[in-house]
Design a protein around this ligand. Structure first.
Ligand code: NDP
Ligand code: OXD
Length: 308
């Protein structure tokens, strides 16, 4: 009943040491080490190997090492094998920290001040209290809700948009495509925390930007594929969007010479908003394995028809 980890090798070493202390009865291997694929029952992976179904015929459970699964070719994992995404608390904590930092940064004109510094300018930009700033989150799943829960402490005016209706204390919520324009019309800072699916690819486009208040700001922590890059540049050039922070791009990294690298109205980070913490991830996978064995439901089970 071997467990195999296929991902970042340094973090894999940490997984190995947590497995050694917490589950010494489960043989643990990193990808590239010698193991018999026929013994593999559990696999944690960012992108699955294409021949998974034939080389690992006794697989019982596959984990995405991240919270998102858009990088997965879902057809590779046999239909009878559950695919579970990483619902460990380290990811949510990292995302809450990053989004709080970025929303406060946008709110306090950090992008503009960094640009001014580069130009040798010392100028005070106008400021407003958080209670007069409207922050909207697209995607009210585990991460969107965790983020809103923390932003509430800063007294922003909060709203959220989601596929199915959600009720969240202190947050004005909107559901479904029909209510997207009403949601957007009241977002000074828009945060994208959607999964990347056929329905959400390219959602951050010219039409969406036009529905925001003039001068709105964008934070994309979902996936690069949500954003139509050219539409963002057009919106920045017209002043419809005044600043953007991007943690994700498509491709990653953007090619040399891409305007993301140099545009003073954009701050970019290399997909670091949140990442899986080995200690809590090992707790999560061991708990999920126990739940599978007991026939219980599996938190984080991916719905393959929805793609998240
Ligand atoms: P969840 O699956 O918990 O939440 C996704 C939410 O989005 C759900 O509430 C879902 O609504 C909603 N949603 C899905 N499709 C649509 C749609 N077409 N229109 C409106 N709402 C929709 O995901 P997480 O919160 O865990 O993660 C969200 C994403 O964050 C990940 O998929 C990943 O892309 C990104 N991420 C980025 C990281 C980074 O470092 N930058 C780190 C981790 C994650 P419903 O439930 O009604 O279907
Ligand atoms: C994730 C990510 O999906 O790191 O966990 O983006």
């Amino acid at each position: 009943m071997t467990f195999v980890y296929k991902g970042n090798i340094a973090r894999g070493r940490e997984w190995a040491s947590h497995f050694a202390t917490r589950a010494p009865h489960i043989p643990f291997h990193q990808w590239g080490e010698a193991f018999d694929p026929k013994n593999v029952r559990y696999l944690a992976v960012w992108e699955p190997p294409p021949d998974l179904a034939t080389t690992m015929p006794n697989l019982e459970l596959v984990f995405s090492v991240g919270a998102g699964v858009d990088q997965f070719d879902l057809t590779i994992v046999p239909a009878h094998v559950p695919l579970v995404r990483m619902l460990e608390p380290g990811i949510a904590e990292g995302m809450v920290e990053y989004v709080t930092m970025a929303v406060l940064g946008l709110h306090r004109d950090l992008v503009g001040y960094v640009a001014q510094q580069r130009q040798g300018r010392w100028e005070i930009l106008s400021q407003r209290p958080t209670s007069e700033r409207r922050v909207g989150v697209m995607g009210l799943g585990q991460l969107g809700q965790a983020v809103l829960d923390r932003l509430r402490h800063f007294e922003f005016q909060l709203s959220g948009w989601n596929r199915s209706p959600r009720e969240i204390a202190g947050v004005t919520t909107f559901a479904g495509e029909a209510n997207l324009p009403a949601f957007l019309g009241q977002c000074d800072i828009l945060v994208c925390l959607l999964p990347l699916t056929d329905a959400t690819r390219g959602i951050l486009d010219a039409k969406l930007f036009a529905a925001l208040p003039k001068g709105a700001m964008l934070l994309n922590v979902g996936r690069g594929g949500h954003l139509v890059d050219a539409d963002l540049f057009a919106a920045l050039d017209s002043g419809q969007i005044s600043a953007a922070m991007l943690d994700v791009t498509e491709p990653e990294p953007p090619p040399a010479g891409h305007r993301f690298w140099t545009d003073p109205r954009i701050l970019m980070t290399p997909h670091i908003a949140a990442y899986t913490r080995p200690s809590t991830a090992v707790d999560f996978v061991l708990d999920t394995i126990a739940r599978l064995k007991a026939g219980n439901d599996l938190p984080g089970l991916v719905d393959r028809t929805r793609g998240y």
